[in-house]
Design a protein around this ligand. Sequence first.
Ligand code: TYD
Length: 390
Amino acid sequence: MDKTKFLDLGNQPIANCFLSDDEFNDEFFYNLSVGFDEESCLVSHMDFVEPIRMFNENYAYRGSMSKTMRLHFKSLSERLKTILPQNPKVLEIGSNDGVFLKNWSVGSTFAVEPCGNFAEETNNLGYKTYPNFWDENLSNKILEENGKMDLVFAANCMCHIPNIDIAFSAVNDVLSDDGFFVFEDPSLEQMIDKCSYDQIYDEHPHVFSVIALQKILERNGLSVVNVDNLSVHGGSNRIWAKKTKGGVSNKSVQDNVDHEKTLGLDEIATFIKFSERVRQSKEDLKSLLTRCVDSGKKVISYGATSKSTTVFNYCEIGTDLIQYITDTTPEKQHKYSPGMHIPIIPPRVGIDDTVDFVFLGAWNFASEIKNKEKDFRGKFITHVPNVRLI
Ligand code: TYD
């Protein structure tokens, strides 16, 4: 792939690697730059971080921490069950803590999860979980042991895989002739629209447009037959694909492609303009936080997200501007944020009357958070789609 660089987000740490204070000196950093491939229209990092650095037995992100996501996967599973044959064979790639799996029968549902802590957890729930990275060897092994799958599902996982051609072709190998490959990932159209550059971090080597996915799936024997535009994770697309032989696309596919072309997602000029907006967003956020702190206000952040790792490291925001971060995930609490080393504590001790401003690190869960924190009398700060108080 011949990529043209359009954005440099500077030195970044591993976005989900929360640290204890004795680990600060050994922290790994890399340059996070992003480019555009004219041929496939794929937006990807210029250099990929080795997956094992991110996805291992210390992985901290738990999909089931949010009620929104639990309900999201429950309702999708109900919908899928009306479409698939009785007792379908299901494979999930990147099953995390089983937030999707738990809606399916144990005996006929299989999983792939390279993070050992979560593979063990879902194996203990009875779902046969392969603790490996997804590739053609693993796909062949699963095929030999379990036969073809009626559904291959992946949520926030395909965009994590550096060699996307191998990943899609391995799905094609294990999919039954009538089977569905359904996957959802953050949408490039939404990232550009919202200037949510924090969708870019080590775990997301690609940010997909439907234009790019159509081309890349096609060259691996799969066709996009339907696209659902979703609000989760700050705006995602759920892609429904089938083997090219049996796949007939509905109107949603062409509508998405046409809309993306209108926005110029097939042209480098669009991304160069985006990078200028990102630089402006950095200036605006730093200046707002500095004004708050200079006027004696207490500012904290809500949600120790990978997204906020990108924001804090790119904008160089540390404990001088944000006193601490609150997060419900036990694995993140009482540790420090990657790179900028801001302490993380549970919300029940972090949100009180002394707090004036809360930066929404988990802006994608703004409604859920505002609902939970009805008693909070201060103001929320967001940088999406532009820096402002809400
Ligand atoms: P998410 O936005 O999915 O993060 P990422 O950028 O890493 O993909 O994660 C949300 C984080 O916010 C997660 O660590 C849990 C936390 N959280 C709370 O602390 N309280 C909440 O009410 C919600 C919804 C999330």
